[in-house]
Design a protein around this ligand. Structure first.
Ligand code: TYM
Length: 326
């Protein structure tokens, strides 16, 4: 059975891009694979953060992952900082990665260009992400398009480590969905939808109520034409709506245009499909928030399952690196 691993950061609120680009695949893949999913709180430390907010966001994101359909009994669902193996393996990965490789990461360039304070952790972030993946003998990593470069780096580091120190890691590959891999911001369709986009009018949060979702779609930026056509280069706003509608209704973006004649109809149809998708998720999330102790129990269960695999990998890493036995 192939092993799946993926992670999501507890920064900001979960949005439609996370769901369509990654989380839906996490849910779909868990029944046929051995799946390990992680709330990567150590990654959230790479940018300035508020400790209370991080604690709340980590619990809330864990509940949201269960609400979207991750089964914590079937899959392994855990919080990254609950296992010291991640930070430990990350050091070995930092020592295997080249500075030049880390410097080429576009996410680092984007984030460091827009910040006053750039931590060392932000620079070595992809080495920690590599550790996350390689600790679980991962074959496949379901992610959105923006993570492709990080997964490529994880592959390169795994192969380099194996060739220097002997067979240690499985070389993983990215699994990126055909539609929804890059959901764009509704106000700025040239940028990806993100947790941090100022104002948030272009981001659909999974916890937005139906009226807010309708309003955000109604105000979505389109263009001065009237034709509904999938053409991301010349019609980014309309194409983004078609991609969202297609991803939610299980069609190709171009096919999602059929029967729709006006931009207003496209926006209304997309809003309706998204509201329908999110309704059951929101109801389940509300139930879970009533019992945080149960979520903590499930996350402890997940950490214990994850530790069995991660500690065996770390034993192999230590031996192959030549670290003296304890
Ligand atoms: P994060 O927390 O930014 O996003 C979680 C997942 O959501 C996807 N995603 C999107 N997909 C489509 N359209 C969008 N607008 C959009 N925005 C986000 C991301 O591609 C991701 O799959 N570095 C990772 C977290 C991570 C990780 C890992 C992932 C840490 N360790 C190991 C995989 C394996 C990140 O910041 O994801």
């Amino acid at each position: 059975m192939a092993r799946i691993f993926s992670g999501i950061k507890p920064t900001g609120s979960v949005h439609l891009g996370n769901l369509l680009g990654a989380l839906r695949n996490w849910v779909a893949m868990q029944s046929e694979h051995s799946a390990v999913y992680c709330v990567v709180d150590l990654h959230a430390l790479t940018v300035p953060h508020d400790p209370d907010e991080l604690r709340k966001a980590t619990l809330s994101l864990s509940q949201m992952l269960i609400a979207v359909g991750i089964d914590p009994e079937q899959s392994t669902l855990f919080v990254q900082s609950h296992l010291h193996e991640h930070a430990e393996c990350a050091w070995a990965m930092e020592c295997t990665a080249a500075v030049g490789e880390l410097r080429r990461m576009t996410q680092f360039k984007d984030k460091s260009d827009s910040s006053d304070f750039v931590s060392g952790g932000l620079f070595t972030y992809p080495a920690l992400q590599t550790a996350d993946i390689l600790l679980y003998d991962t074959d496949q990593v379901p992610v959105g398009e923006d993570q492709r470069q990080h997964i490529e780096l994880a592959r390169d580091i795994a192969m380099r480590f194996n060739s220097r120190f002997g067979q240690t890691f499985v070389v993983p590959e990215a699994v990126i969905p055909a539609t929804g891999a890059r959901v764009m911001d509704l106000q700025h369709p040239e940028n990806k939808m993100s947790k941090s986009e100022a104002g948030g009018q272009g981001t659909i949060l999974l916890l937005d109520d139906p009226a807010t979702i309708e309003k955000k779609f109604k105000r979505a930026v389109t263009d001065s034409e009237t034709e509904i056509r999938f053409d991301p280069d010349t019609k980014p706003g309309v194409s983004n709506l078609l991609s969202i509608l297609g991803a939610v209704t299980g069609q190709e973006p171009a096919a999602a245009a059929s029967g729709l004649n006006r931009y207003g109809d496209l926006k209304a149809a997309t809003a309706e499909a998204v509201i329908e998708l999110l309704g059951p998720i929101q109801a389940c999330y509300q139930e879970l928030t009533a019992d945080p102790a149960e979520t903590s129990r499930l996350m402890t269960l997940g950490a214990n399952k994850a530790r069995t695999v991660a500690s065996a990998t770390m034993d192999r890493v230590r031996t192959n690196l030549g670290l003296l036995q304890r």
